[in-house]
Design a protein around this ligand. Structure first.
Ligand SMILES: [Zn+2]
Length: 450
């Protein structure tokens, strides 16, 4: 697509934000008032006091982990920038500056998986080594319900109870023809005492939704696991834990797993395994790329809630943070009345975002630790916890704790450590990092951060 067309779409999408600004500020005002009435020092204090440590210490923790992961992100940024510059030309993508936000294959630049083909060409013939799950689902005529059954089987292989009849009767799996519904995927604990748990999703038969199903079922099996606890403890150890369960399983959707459940042949699996950089690149363009994004979003909100960012500076500070953390900039100067944060669902929807940051980190910590405890000794991206008794036992025990213990203890019960750490993610992507370092050897990496 020519660059000017995507700029129109990018700018148009953001025009919707402008009229939200004053209403958003009013919402913040009301929120702060409510938080004060509950005894907190405003919304920032309320939001970040839920992590079993003082809000300020928790925010420092998130920064500490980001410092660990930044070298990996920087290396990926450097490589992607160079490839995009070669493709579009240096007048559109400079080899030393920020990435223009409209060319990253996603409306917010929060995942770059859609530009995989532009930034990575597999060593061997790409089409022959890559497993295309979307095509497999279509070719094997696996429908929406069967996709959910496959994900359920994964949980059952780990010792979880099968989903209840009411789950299958009352969930929404397919977009209805006769009425409008909110298709944003979600998982609901309607009444866990009688096991009334449901998901609401308009499943499409593709690889992305296959992952999303695992994500949503992660919530469902968490609800189920802690349903015997007193109501007050029927929550995740923290909200990041809740988001991380299904994502943990997604890391186990390896070529060998797909072979085990009959979706690919042994030959296809071994061909995919022979090109680990291709596998890891695809995952990193989503998993690594989203880390600074999930961090910056609430960095912005924290300062807006406290008033440190003045109403006139809302948009400027948004782009300052995007530059600082992500090395991404707007493709055009922004209008004086622009309110670009309004174009992201979770800002007007007022959904905290740090949970996704935590989940991004935690899923790798869970994965590495379970793989080690299983005695797996290959590269982490080849490890699958599917059908493993030890992994299942550890995971079920952790989920069953709900919020009855502080999250550090839940983490310790499963992984042996009480600390959030980026090291597991670095270990997972080690082969990719080594490859990136070689690619970047002659390039100038980094960008001007302010
Ligand atoms: Zn979720």
């Amino acid at each position: 697509m020519p660059a000017y067309t995507t700029i129109r779409a990018w700018v148009g999408w953001r025009n919707i934000g402008k009229p939200m600004k004053d209403m958003y500020l009013r919402m913040v005002e009301i929120g702060n008032q409510g938080a004060d009435d509950l005894g907190y020092d405003g919304l920032t204090d309320l939001w970040f006091s839920k992590y079993d440590m003082p809000a300020e210490d928790f925010l420092d923790e998130t920064d500490r982990v980001w410092d660990e992961l930044k070298p990996l992100y920087d290396a990926l940024h450097c490589h992607v920038r160079d490839e995009l510059s070669n493709f579009y030309g240096e007048n559109i993508v400079s080899k030393t500056g920020n990435l223009p936000a409209h060319l990253l294959g996603n409306m917010w630049g929060q995942s770059w998986a859609n530009i995989y083909d532009l930034v990575y060409m597999a060593e061997n013939n790409q089409s022959s080594s890559e497993i295309n799950l979307t095509n497999i689902l279509i070719e094997k005529e696996i429908d929406e319900i069967e996709m959910v059954k496959i994900a359920e089987k994964f949980f059952i292989s780990l010792g979880f109870e099968p989903l209840s009849d009411t789950f299958w009767e009352r969930s929404l799996f397919v977009k209805p023809q006769d009425r409008n519904v909110v298709c944003h995927a979600s998982a609901w604990d309607i009444d866990s005492d009688i096991n009334d748990l449901r998901i609401k999703m308009c499943i499409e038969r593709n690889a992305e939704d296959f992952s999303v199903i695992h994500h949503e079922l992660g919530h469902i099996f968490y609800y189920q696991a802690y349903s015997d606890l007193p109501d007050i403890f029927q929550r995740g150890a923290n909200d990041g834990f809740h988001e991380a369960v299904g994502d943990l399983l997604s890391l186990s959707i390896t070529p060998n797993y797909l072979q085990k459940i009959g979706l690919v042949t042994a030959e296809e699996a071994s061909r995919a395994n022979s090109d680990p950089i291709s596998l890891l690149m695809k995952q990193a363009l989503d998993g690594v790329v989203s880390v600074p994004w999930t961090l910056m979003l609430d960095k912005w909100r924290a300062k807006v809630f406290t008033g440190e960012t003045s109403p006139d500076d809302l948009n400027r500070s948004w782009w300052e943070l995007r530059k600082f953390y992500q090395g991404i900039e707007a493709p055009r100067d922004r209008d004086i009345d622009a309110f670009d944060p309004g174009a992201k669902y979770h800002i007007p929807g007022n959904t905290p975002y740090t949970r996704y940051y935590l989940a991004k980190i935690l899923q790798y910590q869970f994965h590495e630790s379970l793989c080690n405890q299983m005695g797996f000794d290959g590269p982490l991206h080849e490890c699958s916890i599917y059908d493993n008794e030890i992994a299942g036992e550890k995971l079920r025990a952790m989920l069953a704790l709900g919020q009855s213990k502080e999250w550090q203890s839940a983490l310790e019960a499963m992984t042996g450590t009480r600390e959030l750490s980026g090291k597991a993610m670095l270990n997972y992507y080690r082969p990719l990092m080594d490859w990136l370092d070689k690619q970047n050897a002659e390039r100038t990496c980094g960008w001007e951060e302010s």
